[in-house]
Design a protein. Structure first.
Lengths: 335, 330
């Protein structure tokens, strides 16, 4: 060993080449998993490769995906928003309330989105205005927003939305391509551009990696975080419009537990839960994977709990495999 | 990646094996429940399997979401529509939110009925209630009267004073009272479906009415509390507790004699009847419309009202002979 230490050491200017980096990226791994799951689904059920069935299956992830995109940015910035499902419930409830007072479709959509924005503003103010930890704030507002929905509705439901309102959650743009799917793709593109091709996106990464350094570099950390919570609220409001339209009714228990599914989607998508890294493409793939797993297992009538176990295992595996590979390689290199 | 692949392939193979048991030519009837892992619904599945065996050419798909959510049930419905099942019989988590998904299922030629917990009329062809309010009211008084040939004083221990279903049942009990000679309802008290309050109210009844012969509690919380109060007061054999309860919670009190009998719907019969009705709709032998009479195999016939709803049967009576067996189920 001692003779080796004396030799000159070769240091690469880049750890991996561009192609290699792409191949070894999280997205490549997710893509491989998605292809495998797709192949298994095709092989195991004759009903899987049917355009209408696949179209129906997209509803398993479109609304959650809308929320996950915005949530991804919040998590990259080192914060979290657990109130997303509660915002959805409150938006839906207020839309129902407006509908019962005779509001038409444009007003309903506006109310859904504005409620989302307002809830996001509450979260944003508490986190960046008062400097409270976001996990505590959003656990609180999670109960608060859903609590208001329960006060308004109790054990009742709003039904009888206008028939043209149904288009958002049940309408098709072209053949089997639903409005929700188009919205999902467009939102993905918008968020990808925002995160990966604008200076705003760079500041989000900067804050997530080191908020102090970001502040000293002239980034207005509080303002950026406030905007991120506004965005998450807005996307939750948008998801509320879609889900309410798809269900054609509102109950205060709507979208129960979706905050965890959205977080799972984000983490499976390769966003570092501690902030600072991750890409929107990964979240899109994670949404597809979760949707396909749910639908594929549903076609085989596998009980839901097995699906939950599978998604949990997948999450752990996808996170553990790259770490294990690195570990093994290190051990081998030393040996 | 090796391990990941292995896990995926193992999962796929095992699930494919489960799926391949089904025969293509058989009628596929899906029994969709509020959530899997609930004893009541597992028992309903037992009934559905019994019906399938009797019919011969039926495969039952017993399924449901992990949590009792409407969104979860919609995912299940979508995958059943994709599999082109012949019928969906569902106990709904939300009577309105499932309507668009079930409407779509009906548009694609699937027969849809609801049972136990109903779906709004536009989202199903018919709804099967386990029983009806008059039948429940009557059964409660009957169980008390059967053990009181000489007649006697009877009190009702209800849940909250505002509970709609409880009040309806109590009204129905009062309606049938003239049919049972010598039975007097002396008081109605409210235990709010809380164990301690129900217990205190039952104690109060025993003190206030020394000639009390029976307590009718049409609530699963109240009936257990009343039976406990009777036992603790040493009145077993003198006061009979009856009403609506769950076998698993009441088995001990039936054994001790505090309760001679009680009633609740039988989930096995319910699953059986839902399957029979679905089958007859699939074969086109019968049609679900207001006023129709649908046959349910050994459970007889159900007549549909204007909303295409029907009541299956009298509540099922549990006593010392069968309570142990059902206590294992729910």
């Amino acid at each position: 060993m001692s003779s080796q230490e004396m030799q000159a050491r070769f240091i690469k200017d880049r750890l991996q080449g561009r192609g290699e980096r792409l191949l070894r990226s999280w997205e490549a791994l997710l893509l491989a998993v998605a292809v495998i799951i797709f192949a298994i689904n095709v092989w195991s059920s004759p009903y899987f490769l049917d355009p209408w069935n696949l179209s129906d299956a997209t509803f398993n992830f479109t609304e959650k995906g809308l929320i996950a995109f915005a949530l991804a940015l919040v998590i990259i910035s080192g914060e979290i928003d657990l109130s997303v499902a509660a915002i959805l419930a409150l938006s839906s409830t207020l839309m129902g309330l407006a509908m019962s007072h005779g509001a038409g479709t444009p007003e309903l959509v506006a109310i859904g989105l504005l409620t989302g924005l307002a809830c996001g503003a509450v979260n944003g103010f508490l986190v960046s205005g008062l400097g409270l930890p976001s996990i505590v704030v959003t656990i609180g507002t999670m109960s608060l927003f859903r609590g208001i929905a329960f006060i308004i509705l109790g054990d009742k439901a709003f039904t009888g939305y206008p028939s043209d309102f149904a288009w958002f959650g049940q309408g098709y743009v072209f053949w089997v391509i639903s409005f929700e799917l188009v919205l999902f793709v467009l939102t993905a593109v918008v968020f990808a551009v925002l995160l990966h091709a604008t200076s705003f996106g760079r500041t989000v990464y900067a804050i997530g990696n080191n908020p102090m350094a970001a502040r000293f570099s002239g980034v207005r950390v509080e303002r950026v975080k406030f905007i991120l919570f506004l965005l998450t609220g807005l996307m939750s409001g948008l998801a509320a419009v879609c889900l309410t339209s798809r269900l054609g009714s509102t109950r205060p228990s709507i979208a129960t537990g979706w905050e965890l599914e959205a977080v799972t989607m984000v983490v499976l998508g390769g966003i570092n839960i501690l902030g600072g890294s991750g890409r929107i493409g990964g979240v899109v793939l994670a949404a597809l994977i979760m949707g396909m797993v749910t639908f594929g297992f549903g076609l085989l009538n596998v009980p839901g709990i097995v699906m939950s176990i599978f998604v949990g295992l997948l999450l752990i595996l996808v996170i553990a495999v790259p770490k294990l590979v690195t570990r093994i390689r290190q051990v081998r290199r030393k040996g | 990646m090796g391990l990941l692949k292995k896990v995926l392939v193992t999962a796929a193979i095992s699930t494919a094996l489960i799926a391949n048991v089904a025969h293509a030519e058989n009628k596929k009837i899906a029994l969709v429940v509020k959530a899997l892992g609930i004893g009541f619904f597992d028992a309903a599945n037992k009934g559905a399997q019994e019906a399938a065996k009797e019919l011969g050419d039926v495969d039952i798909i017993y399924t449901g979401p992990t949590d009792t959510t409407a969104e979860g049930q919609i995912e299940v419905i979508n995958s059943l529509v994709a599999q082109k099942v012949d019928a969906i019989a569902i106990s709904a988590n939300d009577k309105d939110a499932l309507v668009p998904a079930l409407k779509k299922a009906m548009e694609r030629g699937i027969k849809v009925i609801s049972w136990d917990s109903g779906v709004a009329p536009e989202g199903r062809m018919m709804h099967l209630n386990p029983s009806s309010n008059p039948l429940i009211g009557n059964m409660c008084v009957k169980m008390a009267a059967d053990n009181l040939p000489e007649g006697g004083d009877v009190a009702i221990l209800s849940a909250a004073a505002t509970a709609t279903n409880q009040n309806t049942w109590i009204e129905e009990m009062k309606k049938v009272l003239p049919n049972y000679k010598g039975i007097n309802i002396v008081a109605t008290v409210y235990g709010d479906d809380k164990t301690d309050k129900s217990y205190t109210e039952a104690q109060g009844l025993m003190k206030a009415y020394p000639n009390l012969k029976a307590i009718i509690a049409p609530t699963s919380v109240g009936i257990v509390a009343a039976a406990q109060a009777v036992t603790d007061a040493g009145m077993v054999g003198k006061i009979n507790v009856t009403g609506l309860g769950l076998p698993s919670e009441m088995a001990g009190h039936v054994k001790s004699g505090a309760s001679k009998s009680f009633a609740i719907w039988n989930p096995i019969d319910l699953g059986y009847a839902a399957t029979m009705i679905s089958y007859n709709l699939v074969t086109g032998k019968e049609e679900a419309k207001p006023g129709a009479e649908l046959s349910m195999g050994r459970m007889g016939k159900v007549k549909l009202d204007d909303n295409s709803e029907g009541a299956m049967a009298d509540p099922f009576v549990y006593d010392a002979k069968n309570v142990e067996e059902f206590a294992k189920i729910f």
